[in-house]
Design a protein around this ligand. Sequence first.
Ligand code: SAM
Length: 212
Amino acid sequence: MYKLQRLELVENLEKKGITDIALLKALKEVQREKFIPSGVRQHSYKDIALPIGYGQTISQPYTIGIMTQALDVKEGNKVLEIGTGSGYQAALLEKMGAKVYSIERHFDIYNDALNRFDKLGLRVHCKHGDGTIGWEEYAPFDKIIVTAGSPRVPDQLKKQLALSGKMVIPVGDKFSQTLQVLTKIKDDEFEIEDIPEFAFVPLIGREGWKDQ
Ligand code: SAM
């Protein structure tokens, strides 16, 4: 039903600099409208963040594109996502051939995503909990993507990243963040690239912001 709008959105993202072939293919395949509440579904293919309830959002497609492209996902990569939200980002990663592990702190959002993955036949390993402490049991991860804004890079996530692995995380204050792209060079040494000016909902947890 939304196929034409979806292709138009992907074409626009391509013009704005999203060139990763596997990502573009996944963006063309995954139906964003399936991850969006009925009240705002008609806006599924606008390049904007949309509310998913409980004060949370599904991120803007361009932002998702930039983050996923920076992550440099390869087929078979083990990817940890912090902040499952609607599940759209995880669905894209799965379509790109990654083994996806995703953590969500809000129980109702976690539950909705779980049901959605089940219904859409997507293989995503989900956990309800505080993603700032990672998922030790399945570490190390080739890639880690944090989809909420954090005051700093959580130590546990640094530890759980594989050597040569990449992490993409928005770091800053509660209103504006820089996307940091970290590449693990040695055990405790990272190369850091900054992509400025993004705004995410806060990462709340032991190594994130404190819950009000
Ligand atoms: N990736 C999501 C998507 O595709 O819809 C977008 C997620 S939304 C921008 C950020 C999510 O991070 C929210 O659902 C929020 O509840 C969650 N979150 C915030 N702090 C968290 C934490 N410490 N651990 C896990 N999830 C967290």
